[in-house]
Design a protein. Structure first.
Length: 529
């Protein structure tokens, strides 16, 4: 038994993702995350040659468990942070585009890109003013069976399809929408363009949707011109037959007795199949029926012209652009921008992994789902004393604390702020090995007998002690107040989410990227269904 997952199922899944998995107050809450700040260290989940040979993520439960502890920063995905997208094809003069046809498949690939699916064909373009158009006719005719180069850039905003200029390139375009400035900034990329949300609900999109007619024929192509028709004649109201009704065309015959042009004059309604039959006949005879009983015009041999009636998508062109354009991809946009008010985003280090995590919970809880705008995925230690400016803990270096006799807590440095005396760290599962005693101990301001408050591993200066009396989310130094971004209790701050929680539903590995205090990362994730 054979079966397929249809493109329409993929479009449905994309719609479901948007309506059920995005936004505060929804059943599920998603966060974009960045992580793996020490990608060349195998103990932290990296590889020694990570940048030169960045590995493909592995999709299994064991790997998922290694991803979570390396998450450094998270940002919640809101409704405005995600949108449907389609492949981007820019209009360029002299380029041949493909026209909308409902029957591209493995046995009938598109003529220019050899695509076996409509949604892979180049039939939708964006112009230089960020206006998006559907190509309904690319100048296809018997002399140009694959279409011809486009000369006139479409730039109109009419509701009805039309040509773009006077060159006679044969193209007919349908205007769909114009990208807004916000969409351009957040979602326009080299390979994809956004598709408007809430299509047909208001404004321009509502006008275009309301103008669509189910089964209305817009285009009829001439596949072969025939011969033996009355020269220099025009035939009007030639019926387009099929399962719909009301469609007619006007046909022009040239001086050579061949069909030179066909134009749909009434698109009719409810067509899912259409044919146009036009036979050579005596002068003044309009025909659309059987060949029997009709006479030759006497001009050479008789040959019947062949036409292709293009059936629009369900609802008509412009009715449902998600279906018409194949919007089964979602782009998620997140901007990781540093903030002095909430410094949850790492600086002075790298990240090599980005992803999406669903429903992470608050630290210490398995049921309370996080909903803050930004989260720190790492823990932090506040040091005591004025020596913080004389000491340095190098990013990605190993630090450790004796928490009791025979027990040591280990972690990797994410960042160290010498002014505030804040060290941020993470403890990957790779530390639970023989070299570190198999158990991952937590850093503590209340060490057991034989333990110490000292965090060892400083690269410059003396190792520092935990400020075991410090509690709060900010500190004042020389009359300057610093927001620490984390809530400290006795000098220790846990991550803002439970590293054991959440489902990682998307992972992408990159060559390591360094973040600075003045840097902003605009991350665009494409989720394809």
């Amino acid at each position: 038994m054979s079966a397929i997952i249809t493109d329409q199922f993929r479009i449905f899944n994309a719609s479901t993702f948007l309506t059920n998995f995005v936004g505060v107050g929804e059943t599920n809450i998603l966060y974009t995350f960045i992580g793996l700040s020490n990608s060349t260290n195998p103990e932290s989940g990296g590889l020694s040659n990570w940048d030169a040979n960045t590995p493909t993520p592995i999709d299994n439960f064991e790997e998922e468990n290694t991803y979570r502890p390396t998450i450094v920063s998270l940002k919640r995905i809101n409704e405005s942070d995600s949108i449907r997208v389609i492949k981007k094809v820019k209009w360029e003069a002299g380029r041949t585009y493909e026209m909308y046809k409902p029957d591209y498949d493995i046995n009938n690939p598109s003529p220019v890109t050899d695509s076996t699916s409509l949604y892979d064909a180049h039939y939708v373009v964006v112009n230089s003013n960020y206006r998006v158009y559907l190509c309904l006719n690319n100048g296809e005719n018997p002399s140009n069976p694959n279409g011809q180069p486009s000369v006139d850039e479409p730039d109109f905003v009419d509701i009805e399809p039309r040509t773009a200029g006077s060159s006679g390139d044969g193209y007919i375009w349908k205007y769909l929408y114009t990208l807004t400035p916000q969409q351009i900034i957040r979602f326009d990329s080299i390979n994809y363009i956004p598709v408007p949300s809430n299509w047909g609900e208001e404004g321009e999109s509502k006008d275009i949707k309301d103008n669509a007619v189910d089964g209305e024929i817009k285009i009829v192509n001439i596949k072969s011109s025939g011969v033996g028709y009355s020269p220099n004649t025009t035939w009007t109201n030639v019926p387009i037959l099929g399962d719909g009704e009301g469609a007619t065309a006007t046909i022009l015959v040239g001086a050579d007795g061949k069909i030179s042009n066909v134009e749909v004059t009434n698109g009719g309604v409810d067509y899912t199949k259409g044919t146009l039959n036009f036979y050579p006949a005596g002068p003044g005879t309009q025909v659309g029926g059987p060949l029997e009983g009709l006479t030759n015009t006497g001009v050479g041999d008789t040959a019947i012209a062949n036409f292709e009636v293009i059936i629009p998508p369900k609802g008509g062109h412009g009715y449902d652009i998600y279906r018409e354009l194949g919007a089964y991809r979602i782009m998620v946009f997140s901007s990781f921008e540093n903030s002095v008010d909430n410094p949850d985003f790492l600086t002075g280090n790298t990240f090599a992994r980005i992803g999406i995590i669903k429903n992470p919970t608050t630290y210490g809880s398995k049921t309370e789902i996080q909903n803050q705008a930004v989260l720190s995925g790492v823990g932090a230690i506040k040091f005591v004393g004025s020596g913080t400016t004389l000491t340095s803990y190098t990013a990605d270096s190993l630090v450790y604390q004796s928490v009791g006799v025979g027990s040591t807590a280990y972690g990797y440095v994410v960042s160290y702020d010498e002014v505030t005396g804040i060290l941020k760290y993470y403890q990957p599962v790779g530390l639970a090995t023989a070299g570190y005693g198999f158990k991952i101990h937590k850093f503590t301001s209340s060490p057991a007998t034989g333990g110490s408050l000292t965090i060892e591993g400083a690269s410059v200066g003396s190792d520092l002690d935990i400020a075991s009396t410090f509690t709060g989310v900010s500190t004042s130094i020389n009359n300057v107040n610093y927001n620490l971004g984390l809530s400290f209790t006795n000098g220790i701050a846990p991550p803002e989410f439970n590293p054991l929680s959440g489902d990682i539903i998307y992972v992408d590995h990159r060559a390591s990227i360094t973040r600075s205090s003045t840097q902003t990362e605009d991350i665009r994730i494409i989720v394809e269904f």
